[in-house]
Design a protein around this ligand. Structure first.
Ligand SMILES: Nc1ncnc2c1ncn2[C@@H]1O[C@H](COP(=O)(O)OP(=O)(O)OP(=O)(O)O)[C@@H](O)[C@H]1O
Ligand SMILES: [Mg+2]
Length: 355
């Protein structure tokens, strides 16, 4: 079976609660079959965005489309959306079968059809044989998969998942992630997924939206966000980063020249758009791009060594007292107290606005 989901579109959609702008006016286009992840701090508007799509919350302004159909004021039950809630919201007094079948009740299907669909949904989440179990007798990970089965059993055009793996331990998370990816590859339902876990976002997503204060700060492929963050907030949110205060002195094409007091150096590096001379900005250096003892460079002392197996994280203290991280192939001669030089390839650094 293969289905292709519907496109999703926000046109200036916004939601306020009194003075709180939970979602500021937002334009968003999600392609049919796309897997989009929302990343962002607590309170940044992720659940609000999902609730607007699902129809649990009405927008204060703007329009929402699913496929070519405007759904701005359409009740949730007419939208054919499957939602997995932040707290799973299973019915504790119902068994697994009844929980999964719940969304089908309103659809006037025959009993045999309901039974067939429930079995198929449980099979997809690897819970064959669990239909008659009480919810309390299921582990956290199993309950999570029941919530997922309940969302997909209605064969939704769109699947919305709000931190569905938040309660699981790392190993179980990993295996359910792979299951989610398999399900997505098989069915290509348009999916919006919320997580706090950036690694999870990388494993699952076609594109990622980084949210802050009710706004999408940047939307793009994982590579875009990692290599070309629009500002220091996005840079700090995706992957590990060193962000050093920098003052822009000149712009030449797409490069900026900056003074970086922490380094005692003038640095030239590719700049994000919107960088202008005289501006306070940040120099972004990813730890894996910091080169140790690769010729001339800035003097530093190794402050701390964290072995991560094949890789080692080095905490470096600069002459100025500022610190930064480097990540290297493990080299046992680099110990705490060792004096080193650090440098980087010009194209691997980036100048980003502070906000
Ligand atoms: N029903 C409501 N009434 C008033 N304010 C609300 C309501 N729902 C959400 N908010 C506010 O809107 C903002 C966005 O909330 P939202 O739940 O979308 O955040 P979130 O990104 O999902 O956060 P979390 O990661 O903690 O789940 C917050 O400031 C929140 O307090
Ligand atoms: Mg939330």
């Amino acid at each position: 079976m293969s289905t292709v989901g519907q496109s999703l579109r926000f046109v200036g959609a916004a939601k306020s609660y009194g003075d709180v702008a939970a979602l500021k006016p937002t334009d968003l286009m999600v392609e049919p079959g796309e897997f989009l992840t929302l990343l962002g701090p607590s309170g940044s508007g992720k659940t609000t965005l999902l609730n607007l799509l699902a129809g649990y919350v009405e927008p204060s302004a703007g329009k929402i489309f699913i496929g070519s159909r405007e759904v701005t004021h359409l009740p949730a039950r007419h939208r054919n959306i499957g939602m997995v809630f932040q707290n799973y919201a299973l019915f504790p007094h119902m068994n697994v079968r009844e929980n999964v079948a719940y969304g089908l009740k309103v659809r006037r299907l025959s009993r045999a059809e309901v039974e067939r669909r429930v079995e198929a949904a449980l099979h997809l989440v690897h819970l064959d044989g669990y239909a008659d179990r009480a919810i309390q007798q299921m582990s956290g990970g199993q309950q999570q998969r029941v919530a997922l089965a309940r969302a997909i059993v209605i064969e939704p055009d769109v699947l919305l998942m709000d931190e569905p793996l938040g309660a699981l331990d790392k190993q179980l998370r990993r295996s359910v992630q792979l299951e989610l990816r398999r399900l997505h590859e098989e069915h290509r339902r348009t999916t919006i997924y919320v997580t706090h876990d950036q690694e999870e976002a990388l494993v699952l997503s076609d594109r990622v939206a980084v949210m802050r204060d009710g706004r999408i700060e940047q939307l793009g492929g994982v590579d875009d966000l990692y290599d070309r963050p629009v500002n220091a907030f996005v840079a700090g949110f995706i992957g590990e980063s060193n962000l050093l205060p920098a003052r822009v002195t000149a712009i030449d094409g797409s490069d900026a020249t900056v003074d970086v007091p922490a380094l005692g150096w003038t640095v030239v590096a590719p700049a994000a758009s919107g960088i202008a001379p005289g501006q306070d900005a940040s120099l972004l250096l990813r730890p894996e791009h910091v080169l140790i003892n690769a010729g001339d460079g800035i003097a530093a002392e190794i402050d701390e060594v964290v072995y991560l197996g094949e890789l080692t994280a080095l905490h470096l203290r600069l002459g100025s007292g500022d610190r930064l991280w480097a990540r290297q192939i493990t080299n046992r001669s680099l110990r705490r107290g060792t004096q080193v030089t650090l440098s980087w390839q010009q194209e691997n650094a980036r100048i980003v606005p502070n906000d």
